[in-house]
Structure formats: C-alpha cells, structure tokens
Ligand binder design. Structure first.
Ligand SMILES: C[S@@+](CC[C@H](N)C(=O)[O-])C[C@H]1O[C@@H](n2cnc3c(N)ncnc32)[C@H](O)[C@@H]1O
Length: 324
C-alpha cells in the first residue's frame, strides 16, 4: 500500500505534457488578445509574433513607442515593469505611479498600493485586478481566509467583492507591513484584518524582518531575526470563529501541512476553497474528498521557482462543500 501511495504521489507530481501544450496555446491566444488591447499597431505586432516580421515599432495605446529588434527584445519587454503598467492601463485605466504608490481603478473604485518593487507589484495587481484569478470564489457576505497575503492584493480584491471580513495571513514581517499599509491606503481596515503569521504545523519560525520577500518566497528558518507564529487550520478556525467561510490558499507549499494536518471539522468550516498547489495535487484532493468536498483541479504544469531555485509542479484545486 505505501508503494502505491508513493507512486500516485509521483504521478500527480509529474508535469503533464498535454497540459503544457494546452497552456501554451491558451497563452498565445491570450497574448494576441492583450496585444490588440495594448498596442495601436497590433496587426504588425501579431505578424511579428507569428515570425512574419523581423522587427517592429511597438506603439502603446497610451502614446509612447518602443523599437523591437528581436524576440529577445520582446521577451524583455514582456518581463518588464512597463508591460505590466501598460496592461493595467489597458484594463484598469487610469494607472499611474505617484510618490511610490501605484494608483489604479477597479470597477470604478480608485485603489492605491504602496509599491516597494514596482515590477513585482504590477505583476500581482495584473493577476488580481485584470485576470481576476480568484473570481471563481463567491465571497459576498462571507468570512474569507486569505493564506499568503503578500502585499494585500487578494485580500483587497475579496473585500471589494463584498466579503463580510477577510483574515489575511502573511509571515514575512516586511511584506506583512506592506499589506497592512495597502489595506489602510484603501480604507478597508474594518473589512480586512492582516495578521503576521505563517500557516502549517503549529510552532514558531525565525525570519529576517528586513527581508523583502518575493511572491514565490517559501517560509525558511533564519538563524537570527524575528519570531513569527505558524498556525494550523484548527487554530485559525477557532480563533476567528469561521463557519461557512471561503479559503484562498497560495502559500508556496504550506498547503500540504495546512490541509493534510487538518481534521474534518475545521475543513468543513469552509464551503469553498481555492488552493494553488506547488508539488502535486493528489494528497490534497484525496483529503478534501474524504472530508466531503466536491473537488476539481487543473492539470499540473512545470514551474521554475527563481527564488528557491527548485522546479515545482503547480496548478489550482477548487473544492466546494455540497449544500445540505
Ligand atoms: C504568491 S504570493 C500570494 C500573492 C497573492 N496574494 C495571491 O494570492 O495571488 C504567496 C505568499 O505566501 C507567503 N507564504 C510563504 N510561506 C507561507 C506560509 N507558511 N504561510 C502563509 N503564507 C506563506 C509568501 O510570503 C508570499 O507572500
């Protein structure tokens, strides 16, 4: 039996080639859609991306233009801060950076974010407010647990979508303070509580308080620094009286300790969960099904984590508790 379980874990952990191809095709289609939204001369750019032109002047709809001489130039442009900013402008107009703050508009509401690293923050704001990656979760009137809050982007998204209250957990002190600041900047303190805590197996971890963590930073023990509590799902559910709640979990691998270490009672305190998995889905899916959830997952794809230097197998799990 243990061997079978081991084999299933490995199978689940292998990146799926078909998923990779599908993702690639979807990515290209999305890119063409974005190109048409971001550039005035989008047909020329599509020809360039199809390999039918060697170089092109990319003319942003916002006015500026940039010369592209090679595919490498194009990739550099896409990775840069300007790309994310123009993308945000195309969808959440108007966007500007003023006094170290990014300002944008989401569904008519002006938002402000403190931008320590403008490039990284833009990327996350695009995921939240352009791609709306957590749109599947129905948070209106619900308590929401946001594990892996980072700069508060997802917590603010849930609050704007009508969550009754969001409990957002971020273990890295520096990033936690940014999340708090962003919640304050948007006057959402009454709706969002940001907590300087990690999730997983109960205990404490020592972290470097100065560390400007990145979204892909997992929680690692430092020799010296600030002690931060790590809390289990049971503790969170009991402390904040969660029931019929919604969970978003994106915490760079803590999802296994959090979900597999939880009892049925605390899992059932949630009616919906959306979890990003980083090392395969099978154990998580099995556990959630055993607790009575209806579960679906995306196919695993390979991801090279530049922060840890490790390759990961990532995707999303969606779990819904059937109504009685
Ligand atoms: C990719 S970011 C999440 C960004 C964004 N809020 C979202 O959900 O799309 C993942 C965050 O998880 C945090 N994290 C890492 N280990 C964690 C743990 N054990 N418990 C909670 N959060 C953790 C990281 O510091 C990072 O800010």
């Amino acid at each position: 039996m243990p061997e079978i379980a081991q084999e299933r874990r490995c199978l689940a952990a292998k990146p799926d080639r078909l998923a990779g191809i599908v993702q690639n095709v979807k990515g290209r289609l999305t890119q063409f859609r974005l190109i048409s939204r971001m550039f005035r001369n989008w047909p020329e750019l599509v020809l360039f991306r199809l390999g039918l032109r060697n170089q092109v002047i990319a003319k942003w709809r916002s006015g500026a233009s940039v010369a592209i001489h090679s595919l490498q130039d194009w990739y550099n442009l896409q990775r840069g801060c300007l790309w994310s900013m123009e993308l945000l402008k195309a969808y959440c107009c108007p966007v500007c950076v003023r006094d170290d703050k990014i300002e944008l508009t989401f569904r008519g509401k002006p938002l402000r974010f403190q931008a320590e690293s403008v490039a990284i923050s833009f990327g996350m704001l695009v995921e939240q407010f352009v791609n709306e990656q957590y749109k599947w979760l129905c948070v209106r009137g619900k308590q929401v647990l946001d594990v892996g809050a980072n700069i508060g982007d997802s917590a603010i998204y849930f609050a704007l979508n009508g969550a009754a209250h969001v409990y957002a957990l971020e273990p890295y002190p520096y990033t936690y303070l940014q999340a708090r600041r962003n919640v304050e900047l948007n006057d959402l303190e009454r709706q969002v509580t940001v907590l300087n805590m990690g999730c997983g197996q109960e205990g404490m971890v020592t972290v470097n308080p100065e560390l400007k963590s990145e979204p892909s930073s997992n929680l690692v023990q430092h020799e010296t620094g600030e002690m931060v509590p790590i809390v289990s799902l049971k503790r969170i559910v009991e402390s904040y009286g969660l029931s019929d709640a919604v969970a978003k979990i994106d915490c760079e691998g803590c999802e296994y300790a959090l979900i597999l270490g939880a009892g049925d009672e605390e899992l059932r305190a949630f009616s919906q969960m959306m979890i990003e998995y980083h090392h395969g889905y099978q154990d998580l899916v099995d556990r959630l099904k055993k607790a009575g959830f209806q579960v679906t997952h995306t196919r695993p794809v390979d991801f090279q984590n530049v922060v840890t230097g490790r390759s990961e197998v990532v995707g999303f799990i969606k779990a819904m508790k059937p109504s009685k």
